[in-house]
Write a protein that binds this ligand. Structure first.
Ligand code: SAH
Length: 444
């Protein structure tokens, strides 16, 4: 097989990233936008050792689930993966992915129930990061840093087209230079947005300390974007793919938003993690609370607690919540949020879960909540948790493969995976959230 060869192949599977997989000349071929069950004509664009990358030329036999994309940028953008297929098929793909990871990586034979899907696949994101370049403002093209100029993003909140339009007009009117990744010159790198009950925050990420014509930007945004509560500048002068730098400056309004999940309110500073899909987060946390099975007498460790969300969501049914989180601003938010929610039985510590949990002497947990980032937990932390002999563990994960790896470690340490429930927090993308419940084996 070589580059530019053309094949007609049947798509029999889907990769972790949502690409179709077929075979030609005994080789696996990954084809973006091809769906399981389809016969497609592909041109080979790259041949690697174990697989080849193909480009979809023609769908010879379409899947019964194939749709015309509602998003006009779908085939160029690197964000979403599933606007060309019915949502039910996307959910089944996600369910299977979780089941496969548990079997293959975790050697866990759990039956995974249907994914709890979203009511709305559009406008659900409360956080946006739009790159700014000479080519425009918007999104990165797939596997690249080429910016595609967009009017608005279909999965982002309703204000995003107005924000993009206004910043674009301000840059043109006052001759503000976009940042150039190659040379490291220019000013505006990203537009970072967040929204919640208290309104819309807009943050301009700049390469320079000074933001020229900032007052004009403030004026234009306040006039054109509804419900604005804060306009910020973030300074990032490093040559890096990381979007945000350390320093935020308030240009107008406040440097936080307030949002609610169920009966709880949360103050969120721009550096703190917060789930991007509010409606589905409530579904996720409700499942986590159900899995925690609290009666009012339990000490709960809320590890990787962020701004305190999961623990506070269930604090009224617990004796005590102890939260650990590495980002300082998030811990500050968690403490404030406990007050905001009238919660007096929560304590928060700033540091790594693996570093601090072993030091929680005399605070033996009955239930442990784990909600790590994609890379999962350090093995040493899982050992600390197992040694605590907590009767239940609730593991919330945004990456099925690392969840499966960690569940295996916990099973080897005397826990048994009881239930697993995927929840779709990221409709139309390949990302998938899962919550699992483990119970300590009484014979262990
Ligand atoms: N439970 C929270 C946050 C989950 S995201 C919520 O549902 O909103 C994962 C969190 O883990 C982030 O806030 C991140 O800052 C934090 N984190 C990352 N590595 C960590 C570590 N080693 N120890 C403690 N917290 C960590």
């Amino acid at each position: 097989m070589k580059k530019n060869d053309i094949f007609e192949i049947e798509i029999t599977g889907t990769t972790d990233e949502g690409d179709g997989v077929g075979r030609a000349e005994g080789m696996a071929v990954f084809v973006p936008y091809a769906l399981v069950g389809e016969v497609v004509r592909v041109i080979i664009v790259k041949v690697l050792k174990n697989y080849a990358a193909g480009k979809l030329m023609e769908v010879v036999k379409p899947s019964a689930y194939r749709l015309k994309s509602e998003c006009e940028y779908f085939y160029k953008c690197g964000g979403c993966r599933f606007w060309n297929v019915e949502y039910s098929a996307e959910l089944e793909y996600k369910r299977q992915k979780v089941e496969d990871c548990l079997r293959r990586i975790g050697k866990i034979d759990a039956e995974v129930p249907p994914v709890l899907g979203a009511k709305d696949c559009r406008g659900y994101r409360n956080k946006g990061q739009f790159p700014v370049s000479r080519d425009g403002i918007g999104i990165y093209a797939q596997h690249s840093h080429r910016v595609i100029d967009i009017e608005g993003c279909i999965i982002q909140d309703a204000n995003n087209p107005d924000v993009l339009k206004t910043v674009r007009e301000w840059m043109t009117k006052y001759g503000i230079e976009p940042y150039d990744e190659e040379t490291g010159e220019g000013c505006v790198r990203h537009i970072y947005t967040r929204c919640g009950d208290s309104g819309q925050m807009v943050c301009i990420v700049t390469n320079t300390e000074k933001l020229p014509f900032a007052e004009n930007l403030v004026e234009m945004l306040r006039e054109s974007v509804s419900g604005i509560c804060g306009i910020l500048q973030n300074i990032n002068n490093k040559k890096t793919n990381v979007v945000l730098g350390r320093t935020f400056k308030i240009l107008w309004g406040v440097d936080y938003i307030i949002d609610s999940i169920g009966d709880c309110k949360f103050k969120i500073s721009p550096h703190s993690f917060y789930q991007v899909n509010n409606a589905q987060t409530e579904v996720l946390y409700s499942k986590a609370a159900e899995y925690a099975g609290l009666s009012g007498n339990e000490v709960v460790w809320d590890l990787y607690c962020g701004i305190g969300t999961i623990g506070q969501f269930m604090a009224k049914s617990a004796k005590k919540i102890i939260g650990i989180e590495v980002v300082e601003q998030a811990i500050e938010n968690a403490k404030e949020n406990a007050k905001l929610n009238g919660i007096e039985n929560a304590q928060y510590y700033c540091g790594t879960a693996e570093g601090l949990a072993p030091k929680l002497k005399g605070e033996k947990p009955d239930v442990v909540i784990l909600d790590p980032p994609r890379k999962g937990c350090e093995e040493s932390l899982l050992k600390t948790v197992a040694a605590s002999r907590a009767k239940r563990i609730v593991y919330v994960s945004c990456k099925p493969s690392t969840l499966a790896r960690d569940l295996r470690i916990l099973e080897n340490l005397g826990y048994k995976t009881q239930k697993v429930q995927p929840v779709d927090l990221f409709p139309r993308t390949h990302h998938c959230e899962v919550v699992a419940q483990l119970q300590r084996d009484i014979n262990y």
